[in-house]
Write a protein that binds this ligand. Structure first.
Ligand SMILES: NC(=O)c1ccc[n+]([C@@H]2O[C@H](COP(=O)([O-])OP(=O)(O)OC[C@H]3O[C@@H](n4cnc5c(N)ncnc54)[C@H](O)[C@@H]3O)[C@@H](O)[C@H]2O)c1
Ligand SMILES: [Zn+2]
Length: 379
């Protein structure tokens, strides 16, 4: 059957010289994935000769129709597919699961003509990406993200890795994918809470890089929450464009520019750590409350008036995201922040807005200022 062309699809390019790659954002299922993968792989050293794929997914995603659809799209272009289904959830992102995936690659006699395909959320992208980065010193990787968070954030930029029992994301590599295939219809089955978590990262891009995008989100809240295909393609493609701009200027977090993506995350990570990663506060929820607290810190430092914080609180509220968290004490949060691997020594630095659409890295602010904004979190 001939493939249908998705006339509404948006193409975004991540410019990284010889490691540049395309992102396809469409809403027509896996139709076209085979051709996309072939073309993306041809641009890598694997060339035209990719013959086999390890398609990694999790139990939840394996229930959905896009698993067989993705498999047949790849088989349709002559790539034999072996499927590995791992348990869903953050605990799967560990060396033990990575090891089971190396076993699969050995069993299928994977070589440099094999590709790893990550079909799932950020857990699958990080895990399968890490396996692709390390097996045989690097196999090509195709990302097929199925959560909003993975579509707007984790599938783009090349950071892959697994957790250590004592530290999240501490074992990892930079490994850019050969291509990212985003089908926004996969979001139809995503639970509302997971969908909202992805929106927190979308709002972040507006605050740090694009005031027009922030205003567009304010206008289009209804169509986004209704998950209208056009609105989804737009938020996903524009978020990818913004992240791609940052990544192409600071691929390996060396110039400091990539740090702008940490807005909301210094306090957000502390909230997640203090809450104990038990699922009471999800990453996007922690980032939402973290962005508000960090805006308040910018106000305290005299960088901003109250307008931006008010607009942010209102937009996050309309998206159903929390702007406060209860049950956490500011000393607990400070302690978690000083343990964050991104802080140098005891200095806690923040990325804070100067105005809507522009952020800067601070020197370490006074602890009293930090304490004071943390205390507003539970109000
Ligand atoms: N590499 C990066 O740059 C980067 C950036 C941000 C986050 N991350 C990582 O991403 C991970 C979080 O990603 P996530 O929020 O996507 O989590 P996730 O992969 O655990 O997915 C969330 C849940 O949704 C389910 N799911 C996935 N797609 C679905 C679909 N279409 N329909 C129904 N259910 C579906 C999953 O099975 C899981 O239960 C964290 O490990 C985080 O560290 C990485
Ligand atoms: Zn995040």
């Amino acid at each position: 059957m001939p493939e249908l062309v998705d006339l509404h699809a948006i193409q975004v390019s991540v410019e990284l010289g010889p490691r540049s790659y395309p992102i396809h954002v469409g809403s027509q299922g896996a139709d076209g994935l085979g051709r996309f993968a072939r073309e993306a792989l041809e641009a890598t050293w694997a060339g035209r000769s990719t013959r086999s794929a390890l398609l990694v997914t999790d139990h939840n995603v394996a229930e959905c129709s896009y698993l067989p659809a993705s498999r047949s799209a790849l088989e349709g272009v002559g790539i034999a597919v072996r499927i590995a289904v791992v348990p869903s959830g953050e605990a799967t992102k560990c060396l033990a699961t990575a090891s089971t995936l190396y076993d699969e690659l050995i069993a299928m006699k994977a070589d440099r003509h094999s590709v790893v395909v990550a079909l799932g959320g950020g857990v699958i992208g990080d895990l399968a990406g890490f396996v692709a980065a390390t097996y045989s010193r690097g196999l090509p990787l195709i990302m097929c993200p199925t959560t909003l968070l993975a579509q707007v954030d984790s599938s783009v930029g090349g950071k892959v890795g697994v957790n250590h029992p004592q530290a999240k994301n501490i074992i990892g590599a930079f490994h850019q994918p050969a291509g990212v295939w985003i089908d926004t219809t996969t979001l139809d089955t995503l639970p509302p809470r997971e969908f909202r978590c992805g929106l927190a990262e979308v709002v972040k891009y507006g605050v740090i890089l694009d005031s027009g995008f922030f205003a567009w989100l304010e206008r289009e809240t209804g169509s986004i929450l209704d998950r209208r295909p056009g609105a989804l393609r737009e938020i996903v493609a524009h978020s990818c464009r913004l992240k791609a701009q940052v990544v192409s200027q600071d691929e390996r977090e060396e110039t400091g520019l990539r740090a702008v993506l940490n807005f909301g995350h210094t306090i957000g990570h502390a909230i997640e750590a203090a809450a104990g990663y038990k699922g009471t506060v999800l990453h996007g929820e922690a980032v939402a409350a973290g962005m508000v607290a960090e805006c308040r810190l910018a106000e305290r430092l005299g960088w901003l008036g109250p307008d931006l914080t008010n607009r942010l609180v209102s937009l996050l509220g309309r998206f159903g995201l929390p702007t406060t968290v209860s049950g956490l004490h500011e000393e607990q949060l400070l302690e978690a922040m000083s343990r964050d691997k991104k802080n140098q020594g005891s200095r806690i630095r923040f990325v804070l807005p100067r105005t809507l659409g522009r952020v800067e890295l601070t020197d370490a602010p006074e602890l009293d200022d930090v304490r004071s904004v943390l205390s507003t979190l539970s109000s």
